[in-house]
Design a protein around this ligand. Sequence first.
Ligand SMILES: Cc1cc2nc3c(=O)[nH]c(=O)nc-3n(C[C@H](O)[C@H](O)[C@H](O)COP(=O)(O)O)c2cc1C
Length: 182
Amino acid sequence: MTTEKLNIGIILGSTREGRVSPQVGEWVKGIADKRGDANYEIVDITDYNLPFLGTTDGTEPGIAAWNEKLASLDGFVFIVQEYNHSISGALKNAIDFAREAWYNKAAGIVSYGSTGGARAAEHLRGILGEVKVADVRAHPTLSLFTDFEEMSKFNPQELHLDNVNAMLDETIAWSGALKTLR
Ligand SMILES: Cc1cc2nc3c(=O)[nH]c(=O)nc-3n(C[C@H](O)[C@H](O)[C@H](O)COP(=O)(O)O)c2cc1C
């Protein structure tokens, strides 16, 4: 096993104007950074200006940069929001834009929505299987009604803290184990 710290990307799954995912991502990063057990960074899909898959010749620099970023990471925490009982189109598009850069890595999921984003998270688990990302069981689910004020200002209940740490424990353990396969 390597003694180097793992690199974990906290991927913001939404891109819309007014999105709340940056607030949730920063909260997770704050908890993660206190642990000191990995290098955690926010990865924002909007920074890559990805086109819609298949509508261009694929030479946009953001596509290569997105793949390079993913390749530099050992594991992921997906910040997932529920859009029509699934993940956002932007996140699905971003997942589809890479292949090998995902393989043999691990991921945790933090989701939100009216029912904690559970339906979106379950869809994501199916997608991750196809790109050979092992999704861990511990899964913080945040409610738009009790963890947000007016569904826009993030104010999480304390009870989620243990679950975020459990999710990170599992993500780090599996990310380290899978690194030995690559
Ligand atoms: C197109 C659309 C569809 C949505 N569908 C659902 C849904 O099926 N279930 C749910 O719980 N919330 C749903 N929502 C509410 C979102 O989960 C909520 O707006 C959340 O803040 C979106 O994440 P974001 O702010 O990071 O974009 C939907 C929102 C949008 C914009």
